[in-house]
Design a protein around this ligand. Structure first.
Ligand SMILES: Nc1ncnc2c1ncn2[C@@H]1O[C@H](COP(=O)(O)OP(=O)(O)OP(=O)(O)O)[C@@H](O)[C@H]1O
Ligand SMILES: [Mg+2]
Length: 338
């Protein structure tokens, strides 16, 4: 007897975080990383457990990050990681007919080859309907915006590998710019700063932790009293040392990646058709993605663009929540499903 499939799955396979949900709730949210055992060629760990092992492994354990710049850069690893993650939430068996709808976000600025790599990753799961949806559109839905009306909406998604800026109207993208400058670039900037200025080597995990704890992108709101003790290795002496960094200093370090992101926003506003620009003047900028929660971002964008700034209070879940909304009524969003 063949059962009809009942399970639907929304996927946000992000550069840094992977989220799996059904139409009701988030089922899994884990870092997009894994560790391979080089002796038996098996997956040693995925997600949170693998992230803890990162930068602390030895030659028998190989850390793997299957995505770069927001897209799959290592297809085989992406397949393995997704297989383990879907297994973790309880993959439907052959007898229950697999998935019904499987909908995954994909950055707007992707090549056909990059889209193919994502489809290949998804094809290992049996599903009646497999679709891709552009992440900025999903993020807009996740933020509760009506993407179907003839009203321009400016969405900026600052993820881990890619920042995408789009103007949405009538379920489509009327103007866009993207840049491979996002969270990873900020972490690298922090790591590089410690090396250049203090001869202090720190890992990327430490750089990211500094950003999350005291990160700020607008000096006027940064606090000089907000400081953090950073531990690393002295590059000259080779011994473990520590250094205190303040939020004010960090806001200067993050200046460069933020200028690049703002240039991207300026360009999309420049190419935006005038009627839609008029709408954006009223509705402002809608910001999503993990790095949008950085302190000072609303004040900084408001000063530079002279527009209202709305940061999604659930910025890490905007795309996932949007794909979930599509899962609940696929027919309504048929126009944006690929
Ligand atoms: N509290 C926080 N403060 C600052 N940055 C944060 C915070 N929490 C997460 N981040 C950053 O958000 C990024 C991850 O965000 P998100 O999950 O939206 O990215 P992603 O979807 O995996 O990447 P992409 O959209 O590029 O594929 C990382 O760079 C992480 O360092
Ligand atoms: Mg994302």
């Amino acid at each position: 007897m063949i059962f009809s499939p009942t399970r639907n799955l929304a996927i946000d396979l992000g550069n840094n975080n992977t989220l799996l949900s059904d139409q009701h709730t988030i089922l899994l949210s884990e870092p997009s990383v894994m560790v391979m055992n080089e002796i038996n060629h098996k997956v040693e760990a995925i997600g949170e457990k693998a992230y803890e092992m990162f930068e602390k492994t030895h030659e028998n354990l190989r850390p793997v990050k299957p995505l770069r710049g927001g897209v799959i850069s290592d297809g085989e690893s992406a397949k393995k990681m997704m297989k383990e993650m879907v297994h973790k939430i309880g993959k439907p068996s052959f007898f229950t007919g697999g998935f019904n709808y499987l909908i995954s976000g994909v950055p707007f600025d992707t090549t056909p080859v990059e889209k193919r790599a994502l489809r290949d990753t998804l094809e290992q799961f049996t599903a009646q309907h497999t679709h891709l949806v552009h992440e900025p559109l999903a993020a807009a839905l996740g933020m509760g915006l009506n993407i179907q009306e003839p009203e321009g909406k400016l969405v900026v998604d600052i993820g881990g590998g890619i920042t995408e800026v789009v103007v949405i109207s009538l379920s489509g993208i009327a103007a866009f710019q993207s840049i491979r400058v996002a969270g990873d670039a900020m972490d690298e900037e922090i790591q590089d700063y410690f090396r250049r200025v203090y001869n202090l080597a720190i890992g990327l995990k430490t750089a990211e932790a500094i950003k999350k704890k005291i990160g700020c992108v607008f000096e006027p709101v940064a606090s000089a009293d907000e400081t953090l003790l950073v531990k690393g290795k002295d590059l000259i002496e080779g011994v473990p040392v520590s250094k205190v960094i303040s939020q004010v200093e960090l806001s200067r370090v993050l200046e460069r990646p933020f200028k690049q992101i703002e240039e991207c926003i300026h360009q999309s506003l420049e190419i935006c058709p005038p009627e839609l620009a008029g709408d954006i003047y009223k509705s402002g900028i809608h910001v999503s993605g993990g790095n949008s929660v950085l302190k000072g971002l609303p004040e900084r964008f408001a000063k530079i663009f002279k527009l209202p700034v709305h940061v999604d209070p659930k910025a890490l879940y905007s795309v996932s929540n949007g794909v979930r909304a599509i899962l609940s009524s696929p027919a309504k969003y048929k126009a944006i499903l690929m």
